[in-house]
Design a protein around this ligand. Structure first.
Ligand SMILES: [Zn+2]
Length: 144
């Protein structure tokens, strides 16, 4: 029986990145793996050696074609913030005077929005979201 397969997700990626030598503008192509190799060096024909900025991760944001939900990508992948990541973020946020219970929902939202595993980034974004909320609230409260 011929089967019909829908929404197959890719298994491997082959990502290449283009860089231009700032000195002579020569083009250099690196694989993602090369970019992520510690100490990887491009040696340009003009003699310039170049280290590229490392890429942490690349996220594929698949388009959801089936029944739209509030957070379809996240739910279908079952992505929730890992406990240890949550703890690290909450620990840092507590230094800013926020209690874990206060920031948890913001943190989870930031995580599902960005799917980042970078503690610094998550903390920064969470603070931003909380800040925006504070601003909204202070707007809503009449000046006394
Ligand atoms: Zn060059």
């Amino acid at each position: 029986m011929a089967r019909k397969i829908k929404n197959l997700k890719h298994k491997k990626t082959d990502i290449h990145l283009q860089y231009n030598c700032p000195e002579c503008f020569s083009e250099h192509w690196l694989s993602l793996q090369e970019n992520q190799t510690d100490g990887f060096l491009i040696v340009c024909e003009c003699g310039t050696s170049i280290r590229t900025k490392k890429i942490k991760h690349i996220i594929f944001d698949y388009e959801e074609q089936d029944k739209p939900q509030n957070n379809p990508t996240i739910e279908s992948l079952g992505e929730t913030i890992p406990k240890d990541l949550e703890k690290s973020c909450c620990d840092i946020l507590s230094n800013y005077g926020y209690k874990k219970n206060e920031v948890k929902s913001f943190l989870h939202k930031v995580f599902t929005d960005h799917l980042s595993f970078d503690v610094k980034f998550l903390v920064k974004e969470t603070l931003k979201v909380i800040g925006e909320k504070d601003v909204e609230q202070s707007k809503a409260v009449p000046v006394q």
